[in-house]
Design a protein around this ligand. Structure first.
Ligand SMILES: Cc1cc2nc3c(=O)[nH]c(=O)nc-3n(C[C@H](O)[C@H](O)[C@H](O)COP(=O)(O)OP(=O)(O)OC[C@H]3O[C@@H](n4cnc5c(N)ncnc54)[C@H](O)[C@@H]3O)c2cc1C
Length: 446
């Protein structure tokens, strides 16, 4: 392993302590600024479908706000992953074990856990079907089962094939670790390394670029940059949809001589032959183009899980069609037609980026609004669309993209230029956010 990985000789101790102080102050600030919300003695039955970032943090808050309610989490997972850490596994900063905790250790006290998968949702009859535990009914539902990655929507690709043919994806836990091995080999062999994304909304929209920039930095520091043809192909017609951060990303890609090709959708991967076929949509009539690669990073199309898409909950009344995401009021997070359903996390069809940072700000809003709803009051809290995407532009630096529905920068740390990458952001991402996630956010404390 190269010496700059997990060990940054360019960091002075003073800088590290400064960064840690700022980061800790912001964490404390988060706590003080977070609304702690109303309480109710009502005896409702609340079902939380999904126990990921959203499910656990919301349940922790509901447990305190609704001491007499019967709260149940339904989730089949034995393990809980800190997914923002997958990028740091893929660049050698985290070991896989760093991001995993047993799900049983995170379920809040006094909450019933049905370890099972929801297979169907009938919001008209207020019930869920599960794989092994039959029907579960509820008075109020919190819908937060995350999203589904549709690898098979790319011809020739299966999730279990990740790593074969040097095709990688850091959105998969094992895939992130394989990707790290491949980046190290790339720096030894050189070759054509293509990074791609997808045309649907995807969680942490910045992640494909983060691993792209880190891989380029790794090769540059290894002194082999001139032997690696690194390129980004994006399905979008822009590099990022928030202008203040897109400007700096465009500069970084130009400075680092990483060509960016827009409006290219990955449609097919021939794993054995190492060929990727894109639909090039820049012309009026799209054309298919095929390139050979030595390393490929792909992102599968994403949508709400199948049981959600099949349910009336995802129907858009205007069109009568099932949508890919669940409609929710962007401010209150309440379902527009089912008043006893609240929606949070990646599954929500709200116009913000799908991140754990967004979930952190949705959780107090949802808990306050659901508590009020159970008491028969108007939901009092409003979510402003806050989300954050820490772009790891290189080892030791992060461009901290924080913004809301208005797509204007909303920096948490004062006195730092939000439109430029800095070390403090790296310290937050590398050292602070993971413990904050497990110890504070999932406990409903920030
Ligand atoms: C590579 C990568 C990098 C990322 N980087 C960042 C970052 O830097 N910053 C950031 O803030 N966010 C980042 N994210 C995004 C972040 O992890 C997600 O947005 C967040 O986890 C969403 O929370 P959630 O609860 O909606 O979904 P999840 O945390 O995915 O949880 C969904 C839960 O639902 C459960 N579930 C699924 N299907 C069912 C079912 N049928 N029945 C019951 N339960 C079910 C699952 O088992 C899981 O526990 C990243 C994600 C990835 C993959």
């Amino acid at each position: 392993m190269k010496s700059w990985v997990g060990n940054h000789p360019t960091f002075s101790r003073r800088r590290f302590l400064q960064g840690t102080a700022v980061a800790s102050a912001s964490a404390a600030g988060y706590y003080l600024l977070t609304p702690h919300g109303p309480r109710s003695d009502a005896k409702a039955s609340v079902l939380v479908a999904g126990g990921g970032a959203a499910g656990i943090s919301i349940t922790s808050r509901l447990r305190r706000a609704l001491p007499n309610a019967r709260i149940t989490i339904v989730d089949p997972a034995t393990e809980h992953y800190y997914q923002p850490g997958f990028t740091l596994i893929a660049c050698g900063e985290f070991a896989p074990a760093d991001v995993v905790r047993p799900q049983s250790s995170l379920i809040p006290q006094g909450v019933r856990w049905v370890q099972d998968a929801v297979t169907a949702l009938d919001p008209d009859r207020k019930r869920l079907e599960t794989s092994r535990n039959g029907t579960l009914s509820y008075d109020f539902l919190v819908l937060c089962p995350g999203l589904q990655m549709n690898f098979s929507a790319i011809e020739g690709l299966r999730r279990e094939d990740l790593g074969r043919g040097n095709v990688h994806c850091i959105y998969d836990f094992a895939g992130a670790h394989k990707c790290w091995g491949a980046i190290q080999r790339l720096a030894e062999t050189g070759g054509r390394a293509y990074f791609t994304d997808t045309w649907t909304k995807h969680k942490c929209g910045g992640a494909p670029k983060k691993i792209n920039m880190l891989a380029e930095d790794y090769c540059r520091r290894a002194g082999v940059r001139d032997r690696v043809d690194i390129q980004l192909f994006t399905a979008a017609d822009h590099i990022y949809d928030v202008p203040a951060f897109a400007r700096r990303l465009e500069q970084i890609y130009a400075e680092r001589k990483i060509p960016v090709t827009m409006e290219h959708r990955v449609k097919k991967v021939d794993v054995a032959a190492r060929r990727v076929t894109f639909e090039d949509r820049r012309a009026t009539s799209p054309v298919m183009v095929t390139y050979e690669f030595d390393f490929l990073h792909i992102v599968p199309p994403m949508s709400a899980p199948d049981f959600v898409k099949a349910s009336p909950i995802s129907v858009n009344p205007a069109t009568g069609q099932h949508e890919d995401w669940v409609p929710a009021d962007p401010a209150t997070l309440r379902h527009p037609r089912y008043a006893d359903v609240y929606v949070a996390g990646d599954v929500a069809g709200i116009p913000t980026s799908k991140t754990a940072a967004a979930v952190r700000m949705q959780a107090p809003v949802l808990a306050a609004n659901l508590t009020a709803t159970i008491d028969g009051r108007t939901p009092p809290a409003r979510y402003d669309g806050y989300t954050a995407c820490p772009f790891t532009t290189e080892y030791g630096k992060v461009l901290m993209a924080e913004f809301g529905y208005d797509k204007k920068p909303a920096p948490t740390i004062p006195f730092l230029d939000p439109a430029h990458e800095h070390r403090t952001g790296w310290i937050l991402k590398r050292y602070v956010l993971k413990p904050m996630y497990f110890e504070l956010m999932l406990r409903g404390l920030v």
